[in-house]
Design a protein around this ligand. Structure first.
Ligand SMILES: Cc1cc2nc3c(=O)[nH]c(=O)nc-3n(C[C@H](O)[C@H](O)[C@H](O)COP(=O)(O)OP(=O)(O)OC[C@H]3O[C@@H](n4cnc5c(N)ncnc54)[C@H](O)[C@@H]3O)c2cc1C
Length: 471
């Protein structure tokens, strides 16, 4: 028997792909790194996932879980010839209205979950800009965020339990309906583990009640400094908006050409702020935001008049990455976090890096929590361009770390930032993470080469083990 034949015994012929074009497609995600998919499997049940893992382990084939492939850090691509397990067919949703929760399959598309829970008065709060395509399994594996995570928090705060197929093909349930289950919080360990600790086959997620009222404010500024000062000013006044998003002029112009959302294209930066809650509170918070914007010389200040205007503004913001296709055929989007107070300094340095490398840089980001998304638009056909883009990317991550920031706000580490982990973690930190991974998957069969750089274990670094320590 071969792995292909055994997988087809489990799933049938049509749910195992092996043609070169199919393998090419599943060898990439939405980032710039390419991998090597040997086989692609589409399970429909947890039992099938468990059987796939056991058989792949028998053939010593690396296993990479995959949702919609919208990840930007190379998380869902096999770095060695491997089996890609696509979870999109596992897309059931069971809503528990009384408890404001839902059991969902990993393949449920983020926006579909909110659409299905809307008639019950709920939505799923984490809303990545890719929400019309990305899956809940990918959201959990990457601990994804989104424009509305400033007030609601990222995915980890919205997951109560995870059903996981382990590296041995066992099925375990981590967490449960209780908000603070007893025992070690392995659910928390698995959220954000990018497919390295197991394959998520089901999750119990919290649903967030739809707010009774909402105000969306669009502000424009003649300088990025004024926009950044407004962001800090709003938070300093005690208002934590549901969302606080910024776009620079280049991005605003690209978006306007793409969807005509009504953004002021002459502004150096625009801010999109949204407040939600009871009407009186929403009015008061919108008034504070307007006041702070005026104090910081806003050149445009508008409150969306109705739901259709609000939807248009959000369509503009969430289409930002797609809009860049007009500027160049390829883009490389980064994801780092800096302290809010360092936004202006960091952006100045980011533009300087791009200019020095001769690259077009556009910026759109979750300004409220300092989560930058510098986006480089380029043509990969141009000789040497990809190398320049990668060099600029490394420099801009270093700048963000230098000002006290983090490697990633929400897109994960994957393969893209794996070797940069040493910028923010010391040997002991990396060793602790590597030991957790070993406990789940000693053979490193699940998504090998991701997150942790080679040599993360202390003994890999030539350090003697501590007395009494098992290695
Ligand atoms: C245009 C665009 C906008 C984006 N905007 C945002 C944003 O606002 N916020 C944000 O956080 N991200 C954003 N992203 C990144 C991406 O959409 C998210 O990381 C998303 O959660 C990935 O989901 P996916 O289903 O596509 O996962 P994939 O890309 O398929 O996989 C991502 C990672 O999750 C693992 N994985 C997937 N499913 C499972 C599973 N069932 N079990 C175990 N591991 C699994 C994979 O192995 C991989 O490591 C954006 C991407 C694009 C292209």
């Amino acid at each position: 028997m071969t792995l292909t034949a055994e997988l087809r015994d489990i799933l049938g012929h049509d749910r195992v792909l092996s043609e070169p074009l199919e393998r090419w497609v599943y060898g990439m995600d939405s980032g710039v790194v390419r991998g090597d998919a040997q086989l692609v499997a589409f399970p429909e049940t947890t039992a099938e996932v468990a059987a796939i893992v056991r058989v792949a382990r028998h053939y010593r084939t690396p296993i990479v879980a995959r949702g919609a492939g919208t990840g930007l850090a190379g998380g869902a691509i096999p770095t060695q010839p491997g089996l890609v397990v696509v979870l999109t067919k596992m897309n059931s949703v069971e809503i528990d209205e009384a408890n404001a929760t839902a059991w969902v399959g990993p393949g449920v598309i983020n926006l579909d979950l909110s659409k299905q829970t809307e008639p019950h008065g709920f939505h799923f709060a984490p809303d990545p800009s890719s929400q019309s395509a990305c899956t809940i399994g990918g959201n959990i594996a990457n601990n994804s965020g989104g424009p509305h995570c400033l007030a609601e928090g990222s995915t980890v705060g919205h997951v109560l339990a995870v059903e996981l197929v382990t590296a041995d093909g066992d099925v375990v349930m981590l967490g449960g309906p209780a908000p603070d289950p007893i025992g070690l919080d392995l659910r928390g360990v698995v959220v954000g583990s990018e497919g390295t600790l197991g394959i998520i086959t089901k999750a119990l997620v919290r649903l967030t009640p739809n707010p009774p009222d909402v105000r969306t404010l669009l502000t424009g500024f003649a300088s990025v400094e004024d926009a950044a000062a407004t962001v800090s000013g709003i938070i300093a006044r005690g208002v934590v908006p549901a969302a606080l998003e910024m776009m620079d002029q280049r991005m605003t112009q690209a978006v306007e050409r793409f969807v005509s959302a009504g953004f002021p294209t002459d502004a150096a930066a625009v801010l999109l702020a949204e407040v939600v809650g009871l009407s009186a509170a929403v009015e008061a918070e919108a008034a504070i935001i307007s006041e702070v914007a005026r104090e910081n010389n806003a050149t445009t200040l508008r409150v969306a008049a109705d739901e259709s205007e609000r939807a248009k503004l959000w369509l503009g913001r969430k289409s930002a990455f797609g809009a860049v296709a007009q500027a160049a055929p390829d883009y490389y989007l980064h994801d780092t976090v800096v302290p809010r107070t360092k936004l202006v300094e960091t952006m100045t340095r980011v533009y300087e890096i791009a200019d020095r490398h001769g690259i077009t840089m556009l910026n759109v980001f979750h300004a409220g929590d300092g989560n930058l998304h510098p986006l480089m638009a380029f043509d990969s056909e141009e000789e040497g361009m990809l190398d320049r883009v990668k060099a600029a990317a490394r420099e801009l991550v270093e700048v963000c770390v230098q000002v006290g920031g983090a490697l990633s706000g929400e897109h994960g580490i994957g393969i893209e930032k794996r070797d940069l982990m040493k910028l923010v973690f010391n040997e002991a930190d990396l060793d602790a993470q590597a030991r957790i991974r070993e406990a789940f998957d000693p053979a490193q069969a699940l998504n090998p080469d991701k997150i942790l750089p080679a040599g993360s274990r202390c003994f890999d670094l030539g350090r003697p083990p501590l007395e009494g320590m098992w290695v």
